[in-house]
Design a protein around this ligand. Structure first.
Ligand SMILES: *[C@@H]1O[C@H](CO)[C@@H](O)[C@H](O)[C@H]1NC(C)=O
Ligand SMILES: *[C@@H]1O[C@H](CO)[C@@H](O)[C@H](O)[C@H]1NC(C)=O
Ligand SMILES: *[C@@H]1O[C@H](CO)[C@@H](O)[C@H](O)[C@H]1NC(C)=O
Length: 279
């Protein structure tokens, strides 16, 4: 009798213990799920932190600048605004906060030759493009916009380049290109694409903004490097290049040279050769 009773109590205790264990394990699972869910949600909610992080990290590669301050000035241009109503002037304070330094005889412009130009300028310390300046390198390849009534930076759902004229990305590049061209001095170089029928397009940033800002009080000459490939039909006699000369401030000398892409690539892979020998 006594033994059976003890066994019954033991069974009850064991059952209670199992129930307790199951509840404890469930609780741990629920807590883990909640914590995990919150962290993941936090991550997707804060894509703008990633944008800001990229901005600051790229900026900090340049010494002597207050990157937090530049970030603040940058945001002022578009945050809280309709993303189709950010005119170029909104970036004036940003350009003032990180001005383009004139690098006489070393400034490189380009149109429709982005890859070959940057391959060249990155491997050789001869020329610098807008994309190698602080502002140009910080924002190269990025998309951003604000929204009315919000203090956040968005990286998705922003207008594309051609959706509206005054979008934050397009206005930035137009303003930065103007600032970069204003800083041009001495002998200026531009790489244009000899594989297309009109290497100089008046609608491009180079044609519509940069060429018009070259000032003969500072710029001595514009040297076009027309990048050619096998069987190209376009050469320096191309009519679009006459239009380019007409746009130039009188007093700026104009030169054009056809250079094979293979020669530029060859030059990129021999950084020991003097810059002047590339074409
Ligand atoms: C010139 O433009 C064509 C067509 O867009 C492109 O395929 C080619 O890579 C460009 N050439 C250079 C040197 O960038
Ligand atoms: C060049 O600079 C001078 C003096 O700063 C200015 O008067 C002139 O309008 C400028 N020209 C162009 C084409 O921007
Ligand atoms: C330049 O191109 C034009 C038009 O295709 C051609 O008639 C001319 O012979 C070319 N000139 C040279 C020097 O290759």
């Amino acid at each position: 009798m006594e033994g059976e009773c003890r066994r019954g109590k033991e069974k009850k205790r064991r059952r209670r213990c199992i129930i307790f264990c199951v509840v404890a394990v469930l609780l741990v699972f629920i807590i883990l799920a909640v914590v995990l869910g919150l962290t993941l949600r936090g991550k997707t909610l804060h894509t703008s932190d990633t944008f800001q992080g990229t901005f600051i990290a790229r900026c900090e590669k340049f010494s002597g600048y207050d990157c937090q301050k530049i970030w603040g000035v940058f945001q002022q241009a578009y945050v809280g605004r309709d993303p189709c109503n950010v005119p170029v002037e909104e970036y004036n304070p940003l350009i003032d906060a990180a001005p383009f330094k004139p690098a006489c005889n070393r400034m490189m412009f380009w149109s429709k030759t982005k890859d070959v130009v940057h391959d060249f300028t990155e491997k050789r310390d001869c020329f610098g493009t807008l994309e190698e300046t602080l502002l140009g390198s910080v924002l190269d390849g990025l998309t951003w916009c604000g929204k009315e009534g919000s203090s956040e930076t968005f990286t998705t759902g922003c207008p594309r380049w051609t959706d509206c004229e005054n979008n934050p990305v397009r206005s930035f590049w137009n303003r930065a290109s103007a600032g970069f061209a204003d800083a041009a001095c001495g002998d200026v170089t531009a790489m244009l694409n000899g594989s297309i029928p009109t290497p100089f397009s008046p609608a491009s940033i180079f044609g519509s903004i940069e060429v018009k800002r070259f000032n003969s009080t500072r710029v001595k000459s514009l040297n076009i490097v027309l990048v050619t490939q096998d069987n190209d039909v376009t050469n320096c006699t191309n009519p679009s290049l006459n239009d380019l000369q007409k746009e130039l401030d009188t007093g700026i000398k104009y030169n054009c040279k056809e250079v094979a892409i293979s020669q530029i690539q060859e030059c990129s892979s021999h950084p020991e050769k003097p810059c002047g020998a590339c074409w």
